[in-house]
Each structure stands twice: as C-alpha cells, then as structure tokens.
Design a protein around this ligand. Structure first.
Ligand SMILES: NC(=O)NCCC[C@H](N)C(=O)O
Length: 305
C-alpha cells in the first residue's frame, strides 16, 4: 500500500506521522559536539537528559497517538545517534515530501526513514540543491500560506543555530508557485537559549483553525511579527514570555483542530487552550525539552484530513 501524502496545515485531523526515537541516543555529547545552546547549557551543568527518561517520554507521546488511532512510523535505530527530532529531516507540503538539507551533524537521520519514503510515489519526493539549507522545524503550512523561519544576517554561516537560508525560501517558492510563501527573520544565539529561536516552531505555531501561540521577541523584525498579528488578529494570538519560549511552549503538537498534545507544566498555556475549548492531552516531556526541541519537533506528519 502506498502512502497518500496530504498535509495543508498544522492542525487538521492527523492520520499518519513519523515519531522520532530516543533509543540508542548515545552518550552525553561533549561541549564541542553540541549544536544548540540549550543542550550546551545542560552538558555544562551536568543535567543532560538520560536515554531511559527520554524513551519513557516518547512512549507517553506514542500512547496518545494510539488513543487517537493515528498510524505511527518510527525511524530505524542507528547506534548511539540522536534521532528524536524527526521534524527537521523532511516535511510534507500537499502531496509532496521534501527532503531537508539538514545540518551535517544530523545527516544520518533521514536514511533511517528510507523504508517510509519507499511507500511514497517517487514523483512526489523532492530533493533540494546543495546550496539550499532548510529544516522542517522552520516550515509551517497555513492553507494557502507556507511560513518559513530563516536568518537574514550576513553572518549566517557563523551560526550553527541558523538552519534555513534564503536559498531555502526561494526553493520552496519555485517548487510551490501556488502558495504564498512568507519568510520570517528569527533571532539566533549560539550561547543563550533564551535568545535563540532555533526554528520557527520555537517561537510560533498555529493552533485550531484561527489561533496561534507566539513569542514576539523571537522575530528580528517587528514587521514579521506584525504580519502574523494582521493575519490571525491580535486577540487570537497567545503571547508567551521569554522563559515560556525557553521552555518551548510554542512547540506543542496538534492532532486535530480541537485536540492538542502539550507538556504538563505549561499551566498558563494549557488553561488558555482549555478556555478556548481545546482538549489538552498533557504528557511529560521536560527531559527532551533540555535538547531545545519538544513535541512538534519530534513529529513529521504525513497525512492529515
Ligand atoms: N524543530 C526543532 O526546533 N527541532 C529541535 C532540534 C533540536 C536539536 N538539538 C538541534 O539543534 O537540531
């Protein structure tokens, strides 16, 4: 049976997804090996998460998918390799699977889902030229729109936390001429996770059919933030603070327009969601959060209604 890919937004009823794995995550990385500032912070502090705890957290996530009868694919396990954040290794737009051109430190992750790609019509798989950098955490669908996080600074190449370049934005425009592609210039830091929007989903994400979660200071340009305010309406955006951004509140995950998986410590956000008639499936994900990724980052949706 071939997979009939279909993703047009972030929140329609989910039918099939790739969920990353924390199995054989490997030993705690060295300072030199870290490729995001939050992992770095925990490596230095001696609080880097343990595999056994992260595996348990991902099982909790998997159980929510089972409850909602979502078909779940897992990557083949590579020995001692981090494969938690499947989101970034590729993404689906409409019926096309776009292979990401990811950070070289992470380039073994994509071949581990080859068995999934083999169930997709090869005409629907897109590869980008080598000058294109793009990761799935920066790509977000909103009906006619594709939102893309990028970094426009001339020092782009110095930032290991800048993962999507303007060539990546142009590539998506060329491949999807019928979409309105809007890029967002994100703040980046190599050393302070509170001032680093690693991907767009670390400072913004739509929920439901008309709402969104946003961290204003994640955007280098106020006009980019204003674009989303105009599109969604200010009253529909839940604004998070610096510490909430650091804890990754914008990185929850939607199973349906009224069902959201969230971290149980996100009290203020979860209350807002419930008061707006969302069903909030609360799970524990605080250990994985130490690696500067959360629930959206751990998933790669293949089919939504
Ligand atoms: N979409 C995301 O924000 N993914 C999180 C990736 C975290 C991982 N430590 C990285 O730096 O690539």
């Amino acid at each position: 049976m071939m997979l009939k890919l279909n993703v047009n937004d972030e929140t329609s009823r989910l039918r099939a997804v790739v969920l990353g794995t924390a199995q054989s995550n490997g030993p705690t990385p060295t300072i030199e090996e870290a490729y995001d500032p939050k992992s770095l912070e925990h490596i230095i502090a001696g609080t880097y998460p343990l595999e056994i705890d992260m595996v348990a957290e991902m099982e909790g996530f998997h159980n929510v998918f089972k409850k909602y009868n979502v078909e779940v694919f897992r990557p083949e396990v590579i020995k001692d390799y981090n494969q938690i954040f499947t989101r970034d290794i590729g993404f689906v737009i409409d019926d096309k699977f776009v292979k990401a051109n990811i950070l070289p430190d992470r380039d073994r992750e994509l071949p581990a889902i080859d068995y999934v790609l083999q169930q997709i019509n090869p005409h629907n798989i897109i590869s980008a030229p080598v000058n294109v950098h793009i990761e799935g955490g920066d790509v977000m669908l909103w009906n006619d729109h594709v939102f893309i996080g990028t970094y426009k600074g001339s020092d782009y190449k110095d930032y290991i936390t800048a993962r999507t370049n303007m060539e990546g934005v142009e590539f998506i425009k060329e491949m999807f001429p019928n979409k309105i592609v809007k890029e967002f210039d994100l703040v980046k830091s190599k050393i302070e996770p509170r001032d680093n929007a690693l991907h767009l989903d670390c400072c913004f994400q739509p929920v439901g059919s008309s709402k969104g979660i946003i961290y204003k200071s994640g955007f280098r340009e106020e006009s980019d933030y204003m674009y989303l305010v105009k599109l969604f309406g200010k009253e529909n955006l839940f604004h998070i603070e610096r510490e909430e951004m650091y804890n990754m509140n914008s990185n929850i995950f939607s199973i349906d327009t009224n069902v959201v998986v969230s971290e149980r410590s996100f009290k203020r956000l979860n209350n807002w969601l419930r008061s707006n008639d969302f069903v909030v499936e609360e799970i524990s994900y605080k250990e994985i959060a130490k690696q500067e990724g959360l629930l959206r980052c751990s998933t790669l949706p293949l089919i939504r209604d």
